[in-house]
Design a protein around this ligand. Structure first.
Ligand SMILES: NC(=O)c1ccc[n+]([C@@H]2O[C@H](COP(=O)([O-])OP(=O)(O)OC[C@H]3O[C@@H](n4cnc5c(N)ncnc54)[C@H](OP(=O)(O)O)[C@@H]3O)[C@@H](O)[C@H]2O)c1
Length: 164
């Protein structure tokens, strides 16, 4: 999987460690750098995957407004390269996306059939990434999650105040 130091990747590696029949291999920079397309296929091929999980991304939602080019380079082009590499290796890809592909105005839960309408650069780059993934690998699963929390990284679980 991509995203070695990210909270999703770290969580999956930790969970997989409890299952003898699952080997989770997380690969990150500099071996696999989404800004260096030439690194993607060799890095993934070295793990001989049965499935690729695409958990690396540009995730700085607010900063993306100031550096949309970088957000797109990683979240669109990079994600597409990971999907293309998985296709080349003949394996499916599970790609992490976000609720930011929607505008957030809906007063009931979003369905897969709702039309995306991102309001910011991060959401737009992730939506572009979804399309790049779908185009590059017909065997894809795209998960639009709203919030990730884990013992790792920056999330509300790690920053919550203790109950009083
Ligand atoms: N966190 C949330 O609440 C949330 C909510 C909805 C969706 N998601 C999605 O879920 C996925 C995983 O999120 P996360 O919270 O685990 O993210 P994260 O903790 O911010 O980790 C992102 C990972 O991407 C890697 N990365 C960034 N740029 C890269 C590049 N150029 N080449 C290779 N790796 C690069 C980072 O590597 P370094 O460690 O080297 O910086 C980091 O390991 C993302 O697709 C995100 O959009 C997250």
């Amino acid at each position: 999987m991509t995203g070695q130091e990210g909270q999703v990747a770290k969580s999956l590696v930790e969970r997989a460690s409890h299952h003898r029949d699952i080997e989770a291999v997380a690969i990150g920079r500099p071996v696999l750098d989404l800004q260096k397309p030439e690194t993607v296929l060799p890095a993934l091929a070295s793990a001989k995957p049965d499935i690729v999980i695409s958990a690396a991304a540009y995730t700085a939602v607010d900063r993306a407004e100031a550096e949309p080019g970088l957000a797109y380079a990683i979240n669109e082009a990079g994600a597409g390269q990971v999907a293309a590499a998985a296709a080349e290796l003949g394996v499916p890809i599970v790609h992490l996306s976000t609720d930011y592909v929607f505008d957030g105005q809906c007063d009931h839960p979003y369905l897969e059939t709702h039309l995306p309408d991102p309001t910011g650069a991060y959401g737009a780059s992730k939506l572009a990434g979804e399309m790049a993934v779908a185009q590059a690998n017909p065997c894809h699963f795209i998960i639009r999650t709203a919030w990730v929390y884990s013992p790792f990284g920056n999330n509300f679980q790690n920053h919550a105040s203790p109950c009083q």
